[in-house]
Design a protein around this ligand. Structure first.
Ligand code: SF4
Length: 457
């Protein structure tokens, strides 16, 4: 475990472009994937269609390192897809980087996937029993095997048959020969948007990736929707319904960028409502509202606005601190956190601090942060979390530690406060969280309550 980063891990991000007239789509992919870098920092890659061939380039590393070559050369293409990855399933190995591109009996296919297939183990067993040899340990490769092995001769029929057998989370972009296909699973776990400008159609996990390219007219890809884009235009159809829509509430709490819209909600606005709701639940009298940057920023603004308590920066984040290694001693762990977050004494000394963050995982970082604030002279530290208590793992694309590691499974709020040295700790109750979003029934809350919208293996 990286002790200096006790946050949940982002999953993946996808982007795709189609242009009937060849355009520099690899460059557009660079900028849109750069905007989605927060969704995965382990690998990046693109596939694009040029002169009847699908070309793929991917590697371990950040977008600026792996894909910067696409800023210097104009590679005109008619379709292109891209991916940034954090390894929720499968290790951080080059062969697991995406897009995964193959040539098979159904044509040239390249696929980029955000999510987790929750019946992957069963499908994997079926495929290996029938002779499939896997090149990767990622669940995404299953989809390509299923399409290739389908008895349906037509690619679209094989694709529909395959998608209707998948369970779990899949927001995907795919190139098939000269077309692009955009797909969102029927539960809609992960976000996906589509827009169009100047004859170029674009899809991306979050709207920030479209707005970076000045594309401000877009819409959400609906749960279960499949959109085929080719030289003849756009056609939309739907997968078989699979129960209730269950969009991941953690996209709004933590994962998505605050300037994005996901699930047709403003991320910034929703987080502010969560902060305001926290204040209303327990209006503790503090001197200053301090966010844990950057994850607590937006909720802290909402808390400060609702309470009238001044907002101020009491912690500075060092954006150049990368991943650190496992630290064997408490002193080293403290130093690793100090490398990333450091107190601003004049905001803190002698004050009752309302410290706002998005969630509490193991409590290790919070314990160090509270000590840091008290060492800098804070009179009191009251920790406020804009999510409910995290108690269950996720099977739909988020890397949540085991139940034993999650602090809320073994300790009450008062016990957590005692453990991390805070004067009080409060979580946003699930019912209050639901009041912060429109159509609250269309969300997944399984990591708080253990009620999974899909049967998990
Ligand atoms: S279990 Fe939690 S993290 Fe996973 S999809 Fe549901 S709300 Fe999101």
């Amino acid at each position: 475990m990286d002790e200096s980063n006790d946050n949940l891990k982002h999953h993946c991000g996808v982007a795709g472009f189609f242009s009937a007239e060849p355009a520099n789509l690899p460059e557009k992919l660079f900028y849109s994937l750069f905007s989605l870098q927060h969704r995965g920092q382990e690998s990046a890659g693109i596939s694009y269609r040029k002169n009847g061939k699908t070309i793929t380039y991917k590697d371990l590393g950040m977008v600026s390192t792996v894909l910067s070559r696409y800023l210097t050369l104009d590679r005109h293409a008619t379709a292109g897809i891209g991916h940034v990855r954090y390894s929720t399933r499968g290790g951080n190995r080059l062969e697991n980087a995406q897009p995964i591109a193959v040539t098979c009996n159904k044509g040239d296919i390249a696929l980029a996937h955000n999510g987790n297939i929750s019946n992957a183990a069963k499908l994997h067993d079926e495929l290996t029993d029938s002779g499939s040899i896997f090149q990767t340990t990622s669940d995404t490769e299953l989809i390509l095997h299923m399409i290739a092995l389908s008895r349906k001769k037509d690619f679209y029929e094989a694709l529909m048959e395959t998608l209707n057998r998948l369970e779990g989370a899949f927001s995907m972009v795919l190139i098939h020969d000269d077309s692009m296909i955009v797909i969102r699973d029927p539960h809609g776990f992960r976000p996906l948007y589509i827009g169009m400008k100047n004859g170029v159609t674009a899809a991306a996990s979050e709207t920030c990736a479209l707005e970076t390219l000045n594309m401000t007219e877009y819409r959400q890809v609906e749960p279960g929707e499949i959109i085929i884009i080719d030289a003849e235009g756009q056609r939309s159809s739907f997968l078989n319904p699979a129960g209730k829509v269950s969009q991941c509430i953690f996209e709004l709490i933590y994962f998505a960028r605050p300037d994005s819209r996901v699930f047709d909600e403003s991320v910034h606005g929703t987080r502010k409502r969560m902060g305001a709701a926290l204040w209303k639940c327990d209006p503790v009298k503090g001197d200053v509202v301090v966010p844990v940057p950057d994850s607590g920023n937006n909720a802290a603004i909402g808390y400060a606005e609702a309470s009238g308590i001044p907002f101020d920066h009491g912690l500075t984040r060092n954006h150049y601190a990368g991943r650190s290694f496992i630290m064997p001693t408490t002193a080293q762990r403290e130093l690793a956190v100090r490398m990333k977050l450091h107190p601003i004494r004049e905001t803190i000394a002698g004050k009752k601090i309302i410290l706002v963050d998005d969630s509490l995982v193991r409590g290790t970082t919070s314990k160090i942060l509270v000590k840091m604030l008290k060492d800098a002279g804070a009179a009191e530290v009251h920790l406020r979390l804009s999510s409910p208590e995290l108690k269950w793992p996720c099977f739909f694309g988020i890397d949540i530690p085991t139940r034993e590691e999650l602090i809320s499974n073994s300790k009450s709020s008062n016990e957590i406060a005692e453990y991390i040295g805070a004067d009080s700790v409060m979580f946003l109750p699930v019912e209050k969280l639901k009041e912060c979003v429109n159509e609250s029934d269309n969300y997944c809350y399984a990591c708080f309550c253990g009620e999974y919208p899909v049967k998990v293996e």
